[in-house]
Design a binder for this molecule. Structure first.
Ligand code: KPL
Length: 303
């Protein structure tokens, strides 16, 4: 199976590197971070985990040609870059390829579905934590489950094969028939961890270690949960809080993707995370003042 990773940044390079290490034919595509691509071409992807360093040779490229005969295309660009990335790859995209998005947030699916049939679209979530620490170098800062489902249609043996190959690469992966619920459950995690770690410049562990941040995070989760219930999330408040805090503990050393973006002066995914909760809350008539406040504060801090 040939796999092409679109948007090989921290998480994309981690997934691509692990799949290549397990013997898959993987291509990493990143048209904007040329230094990262050149470092991978020269030295391979370097995955740092605690004291261990895994170096894997993977072809990397700034052009989308490798997509033409890919069996699986992984979309790892930031949520707000989805439309542009899909426009760039569309001429090369093979209609028979499976397209998998494990992106944070909700709302970018429409951009993917402009070019990909809903039957070939796999959407999921991952709690793996990764940070780009330099060109070609990724810190694998947290291990967590990956769950994916088919946007439209029943599971197929091909999807089972994709899950099996992710597992064989050491990426714990399961299938879900309830993609929307899955996305909103993960959104609860990102709603609390991402903006608070970005605003207070803390690693994920602060969400459980700092009593004040913990209290605010819990209030943000409970507020977002009222909106998430309309999307199939059946968790009680304590369960939702527990999910968020478990991820914060498991990725305690990780710098959230939003803090990484703020530090680099890049746009964040806030419109697809807390901003999505606010928009859905407005539509449903559910007030979301905390999520609105966090959205505004993050926008003050990023371009
Ligand atoms: O998804 C993440 C992110 O940083 O965007 C978590 C799970 C919070 C890991 O850092």
């Amino acid at each position: 199976m040939k796999i092409c990773i679109v948007g090989a940044g921290a998480l994309g390079s981690l997934f691509g590197g692990l799949l290549a290490r397990a013997g898959m034919a993987v291509w990493l595509y990143n048209p904007s971070n040329v230094a990262h691509v050149h470092a991978i071409q020269r030295d391979g992807v370097c995955i740092e985990r605690d004291a261990e360093i895994i170096t894997v040779a993977v072809p990397a490229t700034t052009t989308p040609d490798a997509l033409a005969d890919a069996d699986l295309v992984g979309i790892f660009v930031k949520a707000h870059q989805t439309g542009r990335a899909l426009e760039q790859i569309a001429p090369k995209l093979n209609p028979r390829s499976w397209v998998l998005s494990l992106q944070n947030g909700v709302g970018m699916e429409a951009e993917i579905l402009r070019f990909v049939s809903p039957e070939r679209f796999l959407r999921g979530v991952t709690s793996q934590g990764a940070t780009l620490v330099g060109p070609g170098r990724v810190r694998w800062a947290g291990v967590g489950p990956t769950v994916l489902g088919r946007w439209s249609g029943p599971p197929t043996p091909e999807i089972d094969a994709i899950i099996a190959l992710l597992r064989s690469a050491g990426i714990e992966t399961d299938y879900s028939g309830e993609v929307e619920r899955l996305l909103w459950e993960k959104l609860l995690v990102n709603c609390a961890i991402n903006p608070l770690t970005a605003l207070f410049e803390r690693s994920n562990g602060a969400i459980v270690e700092d009593p004040q941040l913990r209290e605010v995070a819990r209030a943000v989760v409970c507020e977002a949960l009222r909106v998430a219930r309309a999307h199939g999330v059946g968790l009680g408040e304590l369960e939702a809080i527990d999910r968020v805090e478990t991820v914060a503990r498991r990725t305690a050393q990780n710098i959230s993707s939003m803090l990484q973006d703020v530090r680099r002066g890049r746009p964040t995914e806030i419109d697809y995370i807390n901003g999505a909760v606010v928009r859905e809350g407005e539509r449903l008539g559910i007030p979301t003042p905390l999520n609105l406040l966090l959205t505004k504060l993050i926008k003050e801090r990023s371009p």
